[in-house]
Design a protein. Sequence first.
Length: 118
Amino acid sequence: MSIFMMSVLGTGERKESKIATVTVPESELKKKNEALEKELKESKEREEQMRRQLQSTWERLRVAEEAEERLCSQLGELEAEAVYQARDYHDRIVSLMDQLSRAQSLLHKAHTSSSNSL
């Protein structure tokens, strides 16, 4: 058997420390110690599992941020290309409208001159 000592405070104006001895069977202390060790081990395992999950989540976040940066860069390039294509398209339309206007003008002059010669 093992002796377990604990401090007991007295009541009243003056506080005095009294020591009482309590006899606790050694097997009971071993059981409590084993239970505490088991609980500590489980707690450390949970902590390690949470650490691995945190590391995994951190890595996924890093990958997602890199992917976001690449997508933003690609989107910027596509937007710039779209602007260039729109400008080329607009220039082509303006050119075709000028050609059409000149053709209509020539037709109108040809029609007018053929009407005058009659």
